[in-house]
Design a protein around this ligand. Structure first.
Ligand code: NAG
Ligand code: NAG
Ligand code: NAG
Ligand code: NAG
Length: 263
């Protein structure tokens, strides 16, 4: 609704404006206005799905994810296709339930613990070509209509590795240093032709003031953090990035907290 785009000079003006807008909508249409949206009538076609695609295993495979609306009066089916320019139309196949559950990058997935708690849908695009533009069409269909999410992408745009696994942090004996080690994400397809690089970040609190250091990317799968303070606690995380810097870096690995010995 246009109401949402109205820029309010002051907050109270905004509230008043909303109240008036709600009252008018209520009077004119007899529809209950709670948060500025009109409830979906049973005869409505579905809304277009909100789709996010990413490639945790560049270069050959990508995943697309969206969530079903939590309550739908009519059942929704999804038609999921993609094609390169002038090429034949292929199916984005449902992610097999026999596969291990994805280490879901929560920040990048719509609907996971997010605003819409509907079921999560996932499909897999395979055999993608490098530096090639693809058109994705995910269409929600119910008996009363359909709506499409259309998107053009190259796989390079949507690279997003999974975080490194098996991250360990230990104190280097007799030194004020930590040794951080990890293994590359197993989901990445080819570590020889398409290597990953990594970043380590660590943060700590000094008398209530938070500090954080993020190291420049490097290719090794271990790192020594020097110059740490006795008795202080550090929180360490690692992320993966495609070596050329394509796409996005992974989410950070789960935080590991370690306290330096006091002496
Ligand atoms: C589809 O829409 C028509 C007209 O809007 C409506 O009469 C019908 O009940 C709707 N079908 C369902 C299953 O809601
Ligand atoms: C998010 O979802 C996961 C699994 O579905 C659940 O274990 C976790 O508690 C949820 N977190 C929040 C904040 O709702
Ligand atoms: C998207 O897919 C739907 C269902 O197959 C089709 O009806 C629609 O024409 C497609 N849209 C485009 C722009 O190709
Ligand atoms: C991570 O650790 C587990 C258990 O020690 C091991 O089985 C697995 O191979 C390790 N993964 C990688 C990628 O090194």
């Amino acid at each position: 609704m246009y109401v949402q785009d109205y820029v309010c000079p002051r907050r109270c003006m905004c509230v008043l404006f909303w109240l008036c807008a709600c009252a008018m909508v209520t009077l004119l249409t007899g529809v209950l206005c709670s948060d500025g949206t009109v409830p979906t009538a049973p005869s409505d076609p579905p809304s277009p799905p909100e789709v996010r695609c990413w490639s945790p295993s560049y270069p050959f495979k990508a995943l697309c994810s969206w969530s079903e609306p939590p309550q739908t009066p009519l059942p929704i089916q999804y038609i999921t296709t993609y094609s390169m320019k002038g090429g034949e139309i292929q199916q984005c196949r449902p992610y097999p339930t026999s596969m291990p559950p994805l280490p879901s990058p929560e920040s990048s997935l719509p609907g996971v613990n997010g605003s819409s708690p509907g079921a999560r849908r996932l499909c897999v695009l395979e055999g993608l070509k490098l530096y090639t533009s693809y058109k994705l069409n995910i269409t929600a269909v119910n008996p009363n209509g359909s709506a499409s999410h259309l998107q053009t992408f190259t796989i390079e745009d949507i690279v997003k590795p999974d975080p490194p696994v098996n991250v360990t942090v230990r104190v280097v004996p007799g030194k004020w240093k930590l040794l951080v080690k990890w293994a590359p994400p197993p989901s990445w397809s080819d570590h020889t032709l398409f290597p990953l690089k990594y970043q380590v970040r660590y943060h700590w609190d000094n008398k209530g003031t938070p500090h954080e250091i993020t190291l420049d990317p490097f290719e090794d799968t271990k790192k020594v953090l020097p110059g740490l303070f006795p008795g202080r606690s550090y929180v360490v995380q690692v992320c993966s990035i495609e070596l050329m810097g394509l796409g996005q870096s992974s989410d950070w690995s789960l935080p590991i907290t370690i306290t330096m010995p006091a002496h």
